[in-house]
Design a protein around this ligand. Structure first.
Ligand code: GLU
Length: 466
């Protein structure tokens, strides 16, 4: 049997980081087993399923390279098919029309609360003669769930899980207006799409029991289920906004690379020995469900940043230059010369940054002169107590230099330091501050060559008194 997995998000306005991990696990499981990975947009809540909300999810998936192997299935388009399956179950006696009124349901809810037991709908219409049905009432269609015994599921992550049937009520398949419920739509679509493995968050575990029965009632083979633990924040509570960003788009904006985020999400709840940096090819080779842990994984922002730094250093300079220019050109003009400087400086810049946002900030001095007073207090301090004068003096000494190479610059600045009885650091540090506005930067001689003589002299000679 060839493996078919799917990711089935409901549009919520963005691709949730937990959803991205679910998509990744489905993608890797399918690739590992030589199967197919499909996408289904569960857009039955028409209010929430705006074009923007759907695009946000598709954009996030495209950015991560997790688009499905076929165009997405839109669940809302299958409503007629879902209703047809429900009608068949009705005809076969596996489902019934239920006329319980809102008041009657409310009374059941109150009674359950008073007795301190969980609410479980009991409908008299399960066994009642449909001829007794009230007129002009629009019934819902409920499945007949078994009333005794228990169901056991061999979940590929959770292991064997069992539920007593007294905990499951006759859930609704079709609402009063004839629209299908989530429970029905998911099962019919998964069956029709040939899904063999349902890998999703463990918040859906109890649904699996209901869905299992629905498969059986339809005469279909249920898929394998794998319910993966949800992601928690560093404090152990379910990941929420107060821990940090939840949407993949926010991580993209903060300057994480898709391969870094994927590597991070892969390790969040799945392990292969002690390996931390795992390429996509290795992930496809190694990923399987037994490696997924049963307890919730904690989101570790530092670890994500660390991994991102690694992938930034591995990334092609040209790609990073594009990304940095895109960011910087949002608020400063970038011409060809500026772009060329950033490109030339990229190898030196990327060794230091952990995100694209930082990389862009670090590259900024290649495009614009530092503004005084500097907003970096450490750099500002380097120019105080004579530092600014050293920068201007060095500017004068460099004005005579013809050969604008790293070696010649070094020799000239060392000579300048010696003449003034200064340690080399006492020259290099204020120069760095005057040229870049920062106390940390790529190699001084390298950036001086890239900035060029005219620009370096202008910056040094115009360093204001501090
Ligand atoms: N649409 C559901 C959700 O976003 C997932 C359904 C499923 O995976 O079965 O939570």
């Amino acid at each position: 049997m060839s493996v078919v997995t799917r990711f089935a998000p409901s549009p919520t306005g963005f691709l949730h980081i937990g959803g991205a991990r679910t998509a990744l696990f489905n993608f890797l499981y399918a690739r590992h087993h030589g199967g197919r990975y499909l996408l289904r947009i569960e857009d039955t809540d028409r209010q929430r399923s705006t074009a923007e909300a759907i695009d946000a999810i598709l954009d996030g998936l495209a950015w991560l390279g997790l688009e499905g192997d076929a165009p997405p299935v839109y669940q809302s388009q299958n409503a007629a098919r879902h209703a047809e399956v429900a009608e068949r179950l009705l005809a076969e006696g596996a489902a019934y029309k239920c006329y319980l009124s809102a008041e009657e349901l409310d009374a059941q809810r109150k009674a359950a609360r008073a007795e301190g037991r969980p609410m479980r709908i009991v409908s008299p219409w399960r066994d009642r003669d449909p001829a007794d049905a009230p007129e002009d009432a629009a019934p819902v269609l409920r499945i007949k769930m078994p009333q005794d015994g228990e169901t056991r599921i061999q979940d590929e992550v959770q292991g064997e899980v069992t539920i007593g049937h007294q905990q499951l009520d006759d859930f609704v398949l079709l609402r009063g207006d004839g629209s299908p419920t989530y429970m029905l739509s998911v099962v019919v679509d998964d069956h029709d799409m040939g899904v063999t493995h349902v890998i999703r968050g463990d918040d859906h575990l109890t649904n699996a029991f209901r869905q299992h029965h629905l498969y059986k009632a339809c005469g279909w083979e249920p898929p394998s289920f794998a319910h993966i633990p949800l992601i928690h924040g560093p404090d152990g509570a379910k990941l929420s906004k107060r821990h940090g960003a939840l949407g993949v788009d926010a991580y993209r904006e903060m300057g994480y690379l898709p391969e870094a985020l994927k590597n991070y999400l892969l390790r969040l709840g799945w392990a292969h020995g002690d390996d931390e940096v795992i390429s996509e090819a290795q992930a496809v080779e190694w990923f399987d469900l037994p490696g997924v842990g049963r307890s919730a994984a904690r989101f570790d922002f530092k670890k994500l940043e660390h991994l991102n730094g690694h992938y930034l250093r591995e990334a092609e300079d040209a790609r990073l230059t594009e990304a940095v220019i895109e960011r910087l050109s949002r608020d400063i003009p970038v011409d060809d010369a500026g772009r060329a400087r950033v490109a030339a400086g990229m190898a030196g810049l990327k060794t230091r940054a952990h995100t694209l946002a930082q990389l862009a900030q670090d590259a900024r001095f290649y495009l614009e002169r530092p503004q005084f007073p500097l907003d970096n207090p450490k750099a500002e301090k380097l120019l105080q107590g004579g530092g600014a004068a050293v920068a201007r003096g060095a500017g004068e000494a460099l004005a005579e230099l013809e050969d604008w190479t790293e070696e010649a610059l070094e020799a000239q600045l060392r000579a300048f330091a010696e003449t003034h009885g200064l340690g080399f650091g006492k020259v290099a540090q204020p120069l760095r501050a005057a040229l870049t506005g920062s106390n940390a930067s790529p190699g001084l001689f390298e950036l001086m060559v890239i900035l060029g003589k005219t620009e370096v002299l202008a910056r040094l000679l115009e360093t204001p008194e501090h």
